[in-house]
Design a protein around this ligand. Structure first.
Ligand code: FAD
Length: 422
């Protein structure tokens, strides 16, 4: 039996690890078994006793998995879920194990455990690159020479990076039709969808081809409300229901047909930010979660002041008295989503105004964000706390000014605070 360990890659399309497992099973005439290993932290607690998965984040992952499991079953593959035990009496020993290569520290520790377990039993183990645009060898520079900040990273990968080719397999019966386009477009909620690959592909199709979303992305991306102002791809990218390379290629295809716009170019820049934070996480390892950051800096109250548990609780519950921050925190808990603009403000407020330990905020985001991904979350938090990869020493937002600018009519605050608009 060939075992494919499904982790952050719950999709049929462009899934290099799954494609490699399938190829191996066909070549060797072995049956394929797909086993979902729940993400690191499932059911556990993180810093300050904060649950690592809210019920909403679990539900989202489960919906990604159940759609993927159904697609696997329909192809006649065996399917199971569990804690990542590779060798069970019931399933028998695999002859080879395939998994998507991990980026963040805990996942890498887990991956090393699997690799060593396989080596002890003489089972071949293969961790396949496939979660990012690039494989490590395609970055165009050795990881030890990873730039400290984003701009040189972008410059180097744009010049000499090689984007991974699309893996075989394909979405088959998941193929998106025009009917789907209406359902995943504009709406009042920021992320009203489930985790299936089909929804992810339909959303991508609507955003790029069925609307002006991509074309106008640069103008709309600072929006706070509704589902149309940005791609909303991130939750599916987190579970792997959507391939980042598919977004990239569809964006290029759009540019080929209609010409590049500020929107298309900016979308690709943002995808490079994701890439930057993934590789940063791979490089920094456990230091990504250190309060003083991987550089051992102490650049803000949030990085070295006393943590105020009372103020932190008010922040979590959306009771700080700052309208934009409170609205954002309530949205986060209710919907599992928050725009990038509000994330920046909420993080800045916790760090620079309340002086709380920035890692507590990161842990709370981890619990609730449907799109939680260790590199992007902890990397962005460290950035705002002044202990990360920001060329500016401190990134402090004036939340009142930001509210006036980005929520001029108060609609976002009213939506989440009712009449009590701060
Ligand atoms: C404090 C803080 C915590 C964050 N935590 C996460 C997280 O856990 N997971 C996560 O995916 N993003 C995180 N982000 C980044 C960003 O807010 C989200 O990626 C974005 O809001 C997702 O919405 P979208 O898919 O509509 O993005 P779009 O604006 O449509 O952008 C397209 C894609 O580009 C990538 N991207 C955009 N901005 C960033 C960024 N600043 N950093 C990394 N990638 C980016 C994402 O993959 C996103 O899906 C965080 C930002 C902040 C300030």
């Amino acid at each position: 039996m060939i075992l494919f360990l499904a982790t952050h890659d719950l999709r049929m399309h462009d899934n290099p690890a799954l494609a490699a497992a399938l190829r191996c099973s066909e070549e060797r005439g072995e049956r394929l078994r797909v086993a979902w290993v729940r993400p690191d932290g499932w059911g556990g607690e993180g810093l300050y006793g904060i649950p690592r998965f809210s019920a909403g984040r679990k539900r989202f992952w489960e919906s990604s998995w159940s759609a993927f499991a159904a697609a696997c079953r329909s192809r006649g593959w065996e399917v199971s879920e569990g804690g990542g035990e590779l060798f069970t009496e019931e399933s028998g020993a695999p002859v080879a194990v395939f998994v998507s290569r991990a980026f963040s520290w805990n996942e890498r520790v887990r991956e090393t455990g699997w690799s060593e377990g396989c080596a002890r039993r003489g089972v071949s183990f293969c961790a396949v690159e496939g979660h990012d645009l690039f494989a490590e060898a395609g970055l165009g520079f050795p990881l030890e020479r990873f730039p400290e900040t984003f701009t040189p990273f972008r410059g180097r990968v744009e010049k000499s990076g090689v984007i991974l080719g699309e893996a075989e397999g394909g979405e088959g019966e998941l193929g998106v039709d025009d009917e789907g386009l209406a359902g995943l477009g504009d709406g009042a909620d920021s992320f009203p969808w489930g985790g299936s690959e089909r929804e992810a592909l339909e959303r991508l199709s609507w955003y790029i081809w069925g609307s002006e979303g991509l074309r106008k992305y640069k103008e709309t991306r600072n929006g706070l409300m509704g589902s149309a102002f940005s791609g909303k791809f991130s939750p599916w990218l987190a579970t792997g229901a959507l391939s980042v390379r598919r977004i990239w290629r569809e964006t290029l295809r759009y540019e080929g047909e209609f010409g590049a716009t500020d929107g298309t170019v900016w979308m690709r820049v943002e995808l490079l930010w994701r890439s930057y934070f993934l590789w940063n996480a791979r490089l920094r390892g456990a230091a990504l979660f250190r309060r003083s950051g991987w550089n051992g800096r102490s650049a803000s109250r949030g990085a070295d002041g006393a943590h105020d548990a009372g103020a932190f609780l008010e922040w979590c519950e959306g009771r700080t008295g700052d309208g934009l921050v409170d609205a954002g925190m309530r949205e986060l808990v209710a919907a599992g989503f928050m725009s990038n603009r509000v994330r920046q403000n909420a993080a800045s407020f916790l760090i620079h105004e309340l002086g709380c330990d920035w890692r507590a905020g990161a842990a709370f985001f981890e619990s609730h964000l449907l799109d939680y991904e260790a590199g992007s979350n902890w990397g962005n938090w460290a950035y705002i706390a002044g202990v990360g990869s920001d060329p500016r020493p401190v990134r402090r937002f004036n939340t009142r000014e930001q509210a006036e600018r980005y929520d001029a009519d108060g609609g976002y605050r009213r939506r989440w605070l009712g009449g009590a608009c701060g």
